[in-house]
Design a protein. Structure first.
Length: 326
C-alpha cells in the first residue's frame, strides 16, 4: 500500500493531502541516481587504489619490474660509457703516440647524428615512460657509434703496428762495416778538410777506414736502386732504398755483391771496401738520406753498439779532421 502524506493548510485550517507531480518524481529519481553514481565512482577509485584486482596487481608488478630493468640498463650503459672513455683516452694518448699517429678529433669521437626524430616510431606510440625510454635508447645508440669508431681506430692501429714492424726493420740501424774489420772511424758528418782540394767542404757522411776487400753490409732492409761504377767522385757506389723516406749510399767500393733491383736484408753483404773515385786511402764513405736530406749517419748506429761504445763513437765523429774522399 502506497504511503500517503498530508500537510496542514493554515488558510483552510485543514489537513490537505500532499500531491507529487511527475516532474518532481523525475527530478528526485535523477538526483538519487546521480548520488548513487557519484558514490559508486568514489568506491571504485578507493577499491582500485587500496584493493586492486589480481590482474591489476600483476600489471603493477610488471610495470615496477620494467622500470627497475630500465634503471639497471641505464647504469650498465653509464658503466660502458666509462669503459669506452678509458679506451679512447688510451688510444689517443698511448697507442697513437707509440705509432706516431694523430689522435682522433673529439667531434668524430662524439659521433652525433641528430635528435629525437630518430625515435619517431617510439614517440608515435605514446609510451607511458617515454622520456626514460628515449634517454636510454639515445645513450645506447651513442655508445654503439662510439664503439664502431673505436674498432675502426684499432684497425688503423693494427695496420700501423704492421708497418711499424716493417719500418723498424728497414730504418738504417747498424754500422756498414763490422767492428772486427774496422781499422778506425776516419771522419764524421760535417765540415771537413777535403783530402785532394785542401779546402773545407761539407762532408755529408761518415768514412770508415778498412782494408780493400773488407765486407760491407746493408744497414737495413731495402731494395738496391743504384750500382754505379765511376772513375771520379764517389767511385763505385751502391744506393739502397729502404722505404719510409730512407736511402743509404755506399761509396768507393771495390766490388758489388748485389745487383740493381735486388731486395736485401739488414746485415746482408752487398760488396767490399775499395779505393775508387776521389779517395786517398781504402775506406767506405757511407751516407743516410731521409726524405731527400742528407743526415748524420751516427744518429742511426744504435743497433750494434752498447751505450758506452755509442758515446765514444759520437766523440770521434765530432772531431774536425780530414776526410778520406769525396
Amino acid at each position: 500500500m502506497a504511503k500517503i502524506s498530508y500537510y496542514y493548510d493554515t488558510e483552510t485550517c485543514r489537513y490537505e493531502r500532499v500531491k507529487t507531480s511527475k516532474v518532481d518524481v523525475l527530478l528526485n529519481g535523477l538526483g538519487l541516481l546521480s548520488v548513487c553514481i557519484l558514490f559508486g565512482f568514489i568506491i571504485s577509485i578507493v577499491k582500485s587504489q587500496y584493493f586492486p584486482s589480481q590482474k591489476e596487481k600483476q600489471l603493477q608488478k610488471e610495470n615496477t619490474d620494467l622500470l627497475y630493468s630500465v634503471s639497471l640498463l641505464n647504469k650498465e650503459v653509464d658503466n660502458l660509457k666509462t669503459v669506452a672513455s678509458t679506451l679512447q683516452e688510451r688510444d689517443d694518448n698511448v697507442y697513437r703516440v707509440v705509432f706516431e699517429a694523430e689522435p682522433i678529433p673529439e667531434q668524430i669521437r662524439m659521433a652525433g647524428i641528430g635528435g629525437r626524430e630518430r625515435y619517431k616510431d617510439l614517440i608515435d606510440k605514446n609510451l607511458t615512460h617515454e622520456d626514460l625510454i628515449l634517454e636510454t635508447m639515445s645513450k645506447i645508440d651513442l655508445l654503439k657509434r662510439q664503439m664502431y669508431i673505436q674498432t675502426k681506430s684499432y684497425d688503423q692501429l693494427f695496420e700501423l703496428a704492421f708497418n711499424k714492424k716493417e719500418m723498424l726493420a728497414s730504418i738504417p740501424a747498424i754500422r756498414p762495416i763490422s767492428d772486427k774489420n774496422l781499422k778506425r772511424f776516419a771522419s764524421g758528418y760535417g765540415t771537413r778538410m777535403h783530402p785532394i782540394l785542401k779546402v773545407k767542404k761539407m762532408h755529408a757522411g761518415c768514412d770508415f777506414s778498412a782494408p780493400v776487400g773488407t765486407p760491407i753490409y746493408a744497414t737495413g732492409d731495402g731494395k738496391v736502386v743504384t750500382t754505379n761504377r765511376n772513375l771520379g767522385g764517389y767511385g763505385n757506389e751502391i744506393e739502397i732504398n729502404h722505404g719510409f723516406g730512407y736511402v743509404t749510399k755506399y761509396a768507393h767500393m771495390s766490388k758489388f755483391d748485389v745487383r740493381k733491383g735486388q731486395v736485401v736484408k739488414r746485415g746482408q753483404k752487398i760488396g767490399e771496401v775499395g779505393n775508387t773515385g776521389l779517395s786517398v786511402a781504402p775506406h767506405l764513405h757511407y751516407e743516410v738520406i731521409h726524405n731527400g736530406n742528407k743526415t748524420n749517419p751516427t744518429n742511426y748506429f744504435h743497433g750494434d753498439l752498447t751505450p758506452e761504445e755509442y758515446e765514444i763513437l759520437l766523440i770521434k765523429a765530432s772531431e774536425e779532421n780530414q776526410s778520406l774522399g769525396q
